[in-house]
Ligand binder design. Structure first.
Ligand code: NAP
Length: 252
């Protein structure tokens, strides 16, 4: 998996899984644009850790269609072209049906769908316009085991990730004639800020025991699957959803 001379945009690349993806691509020779929402300190720290030169950080909220367009334009201007896009940025808001107000329920759905589904859809649109003109590209979307297994306390999250799986499959078909390959990676629990409270809390050991390895994934293990889907030779795997869940949820 050699990404020398390739350019990559990683949304949510400043922390957690996105940071591991940015590091993995840079280690294999790519130039990376790290998109983050607000935490510039983490974005700067990630940039400083990336091997190679010319990496950039871009501040944008993927839930805002105008900011998405300008972030993709910025990445193309700075990197000359965009070969690979990874839609990794995402949020998970707790809104258990039995204890949420109707207002909280609606707000959680709106924010989650805006960030986790409409954001990636708009990034895909803007990036694909460029990739079509450029003769091709690769898009990898980070979804979740929750799309298949359900998310009882974060129903909007599960639905957003199921939608993102479906978006990936639709675009794999629609964009194949343009030499653009689209895949998804669906992690189970991963050791990041998003899950830290639950992993360190009373349910932590039960969560780890969901996998026969009795642990959760490390971000670099998700990155490995992303690099595979974006690599030369993986073209015929377009439309695939790769599970990275340590056999904690099996489907066929
Ligand atoms: P994380 O540690 O919370 O990091 C989230 C990253 O996304 C940060 O870089 C954050 O930027 C950025 N971000 C969040 N909302 C954004 C927005 N509206 N616009 C732009 N950037 C935004 O998350 P993670 O655990 O690495 O998760 C990454 C992805 O994997 C998510 O899509 C998540 O749903 C998925 N996933 C995670 C797990 C898990 O167990 N961790 C499991 C399955 C799937 P700022 O810091 O600047 O806000």
């Amino acid at each position: 998996m050699d990404f020398t001379n390739k350019t990559v945009l990683v949304t949510g690349g400043s922390r957690g899984i996105g940071k591991a993806i940015a590091l993995a691509f840079a280690t294999k020779g790519a130039t990376v644009a790290v998109l983050y929402r607000s935490d510039q300190t983490s974005a700067d720290a990630t940039l400083a850790e990336l091997p190679g030169t010319d990496h950039i950080a871009i501040k944008a909220d993927v839930a805002d269609p105008e900011q998405v367009k300008s972030a993709v334009d910025q990445a193309i201007d700075a990197l000359s072209r965009l070969d690979i896009v990874v839609n990794n940025a995402g949020i998970g808001i707790y809104h258990p049906l039995e204890s949420s107000s109707y207002e909280d329920w609606q707000a959680a759905w709106q924010q989650t769908i805006d960030a986790n589904l409409l954001g990636p859809a708009n990034i895909c649109f803007c990036a694909a316009q460029h990739m079509i003109k450029n003769g091709g590209g690769r898009i990898v979307n980070i979804t979740s085991r929750g799309a298949f297994r359900g998310e009882p306390t974060k129903a909007a999250y599960g639905a957003s990730k199921a939608g993102l799986n479906s978006l990936s499959q639709s675009l794999a078909v629609a964009l194949a004639p343009y030499n653009i390959f689209v895949g998804a990676v669906a992690p189970g629990f991963v050791n990041t800020d998003l899950t830290a409270d639950r992993l360190n809390g009373p349910e932590g050991s039960d969560i780890k025991a969901q996998s026969p390895f009795n642990r959760v994934a490390e971000p670099r293990e998700v990155a490995h699957a992303v690099l595979f889907l974006a690599s030369e030779g993986a073209e015929f795997s377009t439309g695939t959803i790769i599970d990275v869940n340590g056999a904690s949820y099996l489907r066929s």
